[in-house]
Design a protein around this ligand. Structure first.
Ligand SMILES: Cc1ncc(COP(=O)(O)O)c(C=O)c1O
Length: 338
């Protein structure tokens, strides 16, 4: 079934700036499929979106920064962990549009900036590191900053964690349409998409996209940190916003949102042995690099689901590579051995 033209037109009418190199490649991974004795697997290479070493956030930022521009804002503020890919890509995107960026990061300040944190600085972001695990504390810092900037006559635009609201997620509704055309050109009927999920924007956009055409494709989110209930609630909230933004004639059903939190391990940002194995296996079968925070855990999830028989050689699966590789260098210790 084709996506409703009216709803695609609604998506096309949203303001958007050009930041990503699209379409990203869709690459078959036959040596990985053979290694796993599993489904046919394709990798959707959003690690190659081109902006600031690539990654999924370029798609979200195209819609988010268009909103900032439309509102005449001159400073972009966002939040994330110290190794946030979203912060790195927001900093670069802001510079490209001639805007100032401030990234408010939670976590321990490392003795030497590495990975994404180093890149935040190179891309000219003003970096504030707050030692807290509490999102309310972090959002309080952002609210104070916003008030101060307004007092100084600036016009700040605040992007939520992960770029995950209806505007950011619109990038992934669009991304689904892109994948759909690629699969149609290959003449392959897709069964499932597997990807890393945390703040829920990617999953909300993909889920909404697959619903637009009632495609029957399952969108399977593998949490990189939060409990399954937390990610599911985030996804349902963003899909509800998207339904309004795009005037869609349905409501999300909680049972349709598929999230696994079995591959998180100790916590967000700490790679599991299965994640480190998954990084090495993909590197050594397909020559493709994953990251130790998100996509390594997501690939461990795909491998776990194949081992459980959830995906078999009868299935066609896309693993959506959302990027994140700069964090490899911040986790060099964990990746040394093996
Ligand atoms: C590399 C990477 N993959 C996946 C995700 C998770 O996407 P989302 O926050 O949309 O759930 C992120 C989020 O920051 C990310 O940086």
């Amino acid at each position: 079934m084709s996506p409703s033209e009216e709803h695609v037109a609604q998506l096309d009418r949203l303001p958007r700036v050009n930041l990503a190199q699209l379409p990203t490649p869709l690459e078959e991974a036959p040596r990985l499929s053979e290694y796993l004795r599993g489904p046919r697997i394709w990798i959707k290479r959003d690690d190659l979106t081109g902006l600031a070493l690539g990654g999924s956030k370029a798609r979200k930022l195209e819609f988010l920064l268009a909103q900032a521009r439309a509102q005449g804002c001159d400073v972009i503020i966002t939040v994330g962990a110290v190794q946030s890919n979203h912060a790195r890509m927001t900093a670069a995107a802001a510079q490209k549009l001639g805007l100032r960026s401030i990234v408010v990061l939670n976590g321990e300040p490392p003795p030497q900036a590495q990975g994404n944190l180093l890149l935040d600085r190179i891309f000219g972001a003003e970096v504030r590191i707050i030692q807290t695990d509490d999102d309310y504390v972090l959002m309080g810092v952002v609210a104070d900053l916003e008030r101060q900037l307004r007092r100084d006559g600036r016009k700040p635009y605040v992007i939520p964690r992960g770029g995950s609201n209806a505007y950011g997620a619109s990038g992934y509704v669009q991304a689904w349409l892109e994948l759909r055309s690629q699969m149609m050109a290959l003449g392959v009927r897709l069964d499932a998409i597997v990807h890393a999920s945390t703040s829920g924007g990617t999953q909300s956009g993909l889920y909404t996209g697959t619903k637009l055409a009632d495609s029957g494709v399952q969108v399977v989110g593998i949490s990189a940190g939060p409990r399954k209930e937390v990610v599911t609630t985030r996804v349902l909230g963003i899909v509800t916003e998207l339904v309004e933004l795009l005037h869609l004639p349905w409501r999300p059903h909680p049972d349709d949102v598929i999230v696994y939190d079995d591959y998180v391990g100790e916590r967000y940002g700490v790679p599991t042995p299965a994640c480190l194995d998954a990084i090495r296996i993909l590197a050594r079968t397909e020559g493709i690099l994953l990251d130790p925070v998100y996509t390594g855990k997501a690939m461990a999830g795909l491998m776990g689901l194949v081992a459980q028989g959830r995906f078999t050689s009868a299935h066609n699966v896309v693993f959506w590579h959302t990027g994140g590789q700069p964090a490899v260098f911040a986790h060099a210790g964990a990746l040394q051995e093996g």
